[in-house]
Design a protein around this ligand. Sequence first.
Ligand code: FAD
Length: 287
Amino acid sequence: MKICELFQMKKVFSFEVFPPRRIDSVSIIYDTIEKLKGLNPDFISVTYSAGGSESNTDTFKIASAIKNNYGIESVAHLPSINHTKGEVLKMLEDLRTAGIENILALRGDVNPSFSPKNDFKFASDLISFIKEHGDFNIIAACYPEGHFESPSIIDDIRNLKRKVDAGANQLITQLFFDNNYFYSFMERAAIAGINIPIEAGIMPVVNKKQIERIVALCRVNLPKKFLAIMNRYENNPEALRDAGIAYAVDQIIDLIAQGVDGIHLYTMNNPYIAHRIYEAINTLLVA
Ligand code: FAD
């Protein structure tokens, strides 16, 4: 199923998982998916070399298992920066064969350790290419605080409109910790004529190391309220975890009340956290 069709029927609730690191057993991820399945997600997306590392063949394998073995719609992330057009064509063929209809089309992060292949300069080039070579539902990334390489937030919205005009059917945001960024972004998007569904990406922060990694990687702002909570409980892992979950739930309740199209939970492969959040917001999703 093309998941963009779901937004006409309901508030979409979805998860992101990442392939296990090479040293971990791949069965770990299937255990995670089994546990996430009980939460009836509308889809699960699988990252691909997030952070700019080279290839990761597990992404498509896991996305295929989610769809074909667990009966949940899946989204395969596809960053193009390190791939040629020929390689992407082969990937599209593999995805088609696996019955995967939904692709999150990305440029990917620039990693100084790999020289980019230059066939796709921006995600919009990849989106046009996918559109030309198959009947996929195309999702694109967006950035409520602006993408860090963009000279301005207005330039970033113009570039986002390019992705929509190229054929993106829906958007998922970068994580954010202050909903006001999201609401301002939604206003800019509407002014720019972007009127496809936009899911808010929410990451429950549950340990200090994770916060440091996120800030370095995603370059998002940490509001004072959030920092105060994290500083207060930094030496108490259980309290920090509970505070992180409560913070995410608070964000989600506000977003739902304001009419968000959907919530995409960055699960960090942690079904316990996903369960806690689901329990807190489950009734709100259908109200
Ligand atoms: P683009 O849309 O191409 O934008 C990149 C930059 O170029 C932006 O600053 C944009 O404003 C600018 N730009 C775009 N078009 C033009 C133009 N025509 N002219 C001038 N400037 C332009 N990374 C991974 O490696 N693997 C993943 O699995 C992954 N999953 C992600 C999931 C989500 C929901 C999100 C939000 C991000 C994800 N990322 C992932 C990170 C993403 O790859 C990086 O943020 C990357 O730096 C930008 O990718 P993009 O697709 O948004 O690029």
